[in-house]
Design a protein around this ligand. Sequence first.
Ligand SMILES: Cc1cc2nc3c(=O)[nH]c(=O)nc-3n(C[C@H](O)[C@H](O)[C@H](O)COP(=O)(O)OP(=O)(O)OC[C@H]3O[C@@H](n4cnc5c(N)ncnc54)[C@H](O)[C@@H]3O)c2cc1C
Length: 307
Amino acid sequence: MDTPANVEPDFPLARLTTVRAGGPADLFARPASDAELVELLSWAAGEEIDIGVVGSGSNLLISDDGFRGLVLKLDGDLASVEREGTRVVCGGGARLPSATAKVARWGLTGLEFGINIPGTVGGAVRMNANAYGGELGRVLEWVDVCTAAGAERREPDQLGFAYRRSNLKPGEVVSRASFQLAEGDVDEIKATLAGMRDQRREAQPSGIKTFGSTFKNPDDDERAGGRTAGQLLEAAGCRGLQVGGARFSDKHANFVENAGDATTADVLALMADGRRRVHERFGVVLEPEVQLLGDVSWPDGWELDTA
Ligand SMILES: Cc1cc2nc3c(=O)[nH]c(=O)nc-3n(C[C@H](O)[C@H](O)[C@H](O)COP(=O)(O)OP(=O)(O)OC[C@H]3O[C@@H](n4cnc5c(N)ncnc54)[C@H](O)[C@@H]3O)c2cc1C
């Protein structure tokens, strides 16, 4: 196999995630343009190599054994933020909080919800990220999706958005997204952002190694009684619970914290324990929000007897 010059072997991935856990990728590249991205995707397809994409790694848990394939992290042109009037076009690798701050300085409103989502634009589209009732789909105009076959433009109603979900498949990479925003008052927008930052500081731990929400909020309202995943975990006694180096945060029970040198196996064991406790206490089956990369095996006890 002839590996392209821009592909690095055996690349450590833990430092590309906010929880700082997991093993290396067999192959890794940082494409900086659509052409380079499509070239890599089509090379990998020809060689039957699996594709993984890492944005800011802020909702990502990588197997301790790493990933047997090519991991891509978008860079250069694919991480830019550009304005065309009230439209803002971002590379899939642009960081959402810095794009939000830049857009605020331009006096454009509509992207404020992104200030506290520490992911990339591509990761936000893939995950249908949301905060404070601001919906990505409300301002998103189109996305360019690259595959081995080339780039294709898709509208929001083609993306299958649901709670923390889209229909993007592995090997489909969001290279660019366009947001249709509105003109607003710079000071008002900045004040909104400051308020959102304060609200977040009160509700969530800061300065910890975490991938944010571990489990999705349940849709089983009858059993969950309208409670969030965090409230259920807390009521089931999970706050501060620790397995190896992984701990449910003291401040927010749905946040797993790497308290030292947590392995992914520690995180998975902790998740299984929390899920079991919530099921035993409330009969609710929590499903992970965090995305998995690589060959991840759940520990014994993950499967619950739901009969
Ligand atoms: C402290 C903290 C607070 C958070 N708060 C929120 C919140 O309020 N609301 C919210 O919704 N989320 C929140 N999150 C979770 C996370 O930030 C979001 O899910 C974010 O959208 C993930 O983006 P990312 O770039 O980090 O993606 P990653 O974690 O790197 O990847 C997540 C998934 O997206 C895929 N992906 C990444 N980039 C692309 C791309 N360009 N094309 C195709 N697929 C791609 C990956 O392959 C993976 O499957 C929080 C996380 C943390 C750590």
